[in-house]
Design a binder for this molecule. Structure first.
Ligand code: AMP
Ligand code: TRP
Length: 334
């Protein structure tokens, strides 16, 4: 029996990914790539909805791809590619936009939040149609499951609605995908502000652990992480958000259960616990960082890998797009 298809992606929005991306996305992707026929993209077209310097965008795109590979996504096993390398994405997005309701798109909470924050004059139309492009990403590959964070659930719901609408209006062209939402335990918070999600766009750098940082810098950030006055290493998300977050990171990186870590540090201070976690982080990120820097030192080889994976992706995507063009009645070019 053939494997189910999986699709996910991340924007190349920073030079380095942060530990939340690593634990919340990459580690899960890595673990899923054997059981599924997996496609992972660096969604550079989506990144254009944010102000970008062209040279920096190119660099961030390579860096993001290198970190996928360094974290264990194998480009010989999974199809790891850059979204803009496969033209069908932008083309299918156009077709899907013609069956998306204006009101329907207006209800997307991520767009509402962002346009409210920046004002409609500073908001581009690309940001408004962003979820339609995401639907195109997913539907081109006849995707069964889409592992994403909670914040993307509504976009996958829209994708399902569009797939069903297209299928019933024009005949079946798409698999209707399902979101698999990552577990809450995998949510990582800012080290300085442990009630806010750790994010690439955090205002202060002190609370963010970057995958490509010098490990000594990450160790220092952990030693300075906000805790509390209670003094016991115990998981309690409500009243001890700082310590709980450190426990989550510790457990995710070691594959251990939180209670076993609590036991190990029972009766010892936060200093010991933080030192222990710093060692774990250095041991985990050190090799990932080295591998990523190695890959980035040979951009021609990295580009070659991405190109051959894009070829593989285009084969699947082009077949879906051709079927869609036929079904909606576009005249075939002979
Ligand atoms: P973003 O950088 O927000 O585009 O997120 C890319 C991926 O990383 C998505 O799958 C997110 O759910 C995941 N992610 C980002 N930040 C965190 C976090 N603090 N904790 C857990 N997962 C995260
Ligand atoms: N919008 C997603 C995010 O910000 C990234 C993304 C784009 C994506 N296309 C996708 C995720 C397709 C899953 C499937 O995290």
């Amino acid at each position: 029996m053939s494997k189910s298809r999986l699709y996910s992606g991340m924007q190349p929005s920073a030079d380095s990914l942060q530990v939340g991306n690593y634990i919340g996305a990459l580690l899960q992707w890595r673990d899923l790539q054997d059981a599924y026929d997996a496609f992972f993209s660096v969604v550079d077209l989506h990144a254009l909805t944010q102000p970008n310097d062209p040279a920096e965008l190119r660099e961030k795109t390579r860096r993001t791809a290198a970190q996928y590979i360094a974290a264990g996504i194998e480009p010989s096993k999974s199809t790891l590619y850059v979204q803009s390398h496969v033209r069908a994405h932008a083309e299918l997005a156009w077709i899907l936009s013609t069956i998306t309701g204006f009101g329907e798109a207006s209800r997307m909470t991520q767009f509402k939040d962002k346009s409210a924050r920046y004002g409609t004059d500073a908001t581009n139309v690309g940001l408004f149609t962003y979820p339609v492009l995401m639907a195109a990403d997913i539907l081109l590959y006849q995707t069964d499951i889409v592992p994403v964070g909670d914040d993307q659930k509504q976009h996958v719901e829209l994708t399902r609605d569009l797939a069903e609408r297209f299928n019933s209006r024009y005949g079946t062209a798409f698999t209707v995908p399902m979101a698999t939402i990552q577990q809450d335990t995998a949510r990582i918070y800012d080290l300085q502000n442990p009630t806010a999600k750790m994010s690439k766009s955090a205002e202060s750098d002190a609370g963010v652990l970057w995958l490509l940082d010098d490990p000594a810098v990450s160790a220092k950030k952990i030693m300075r992480a906000v805790t509390d006055n209670d003094g016991s290493v115990r998981y309690d998300r409500e009243s001890k958000p700082g310590v709980s977050n450190l426990l989550t990171i510790y457990a995710a990186l070691t594959g251990r259960q939180v209670p076993s870590i609590e036991d190990e540090y029972a009766g010892r201070g936060y200093g010991d616990f933080k030192k222990g976690l710093a060692e774990v982080v250095v041991a985990e990120f050190g090799p990932v960082r080295e591998r990523a820097l190695e890959l980035l030192a040979d951009p021609a080889e990295l580009d070659r890998v991405l190109a051959s994976n894009a070829d593989r992706a285009a084969e699947v995507a082009d077949a879906t797009l051709a079927d869609v063009y036929d079904k909606v009645g576009l005249l075939r070019r002979r």
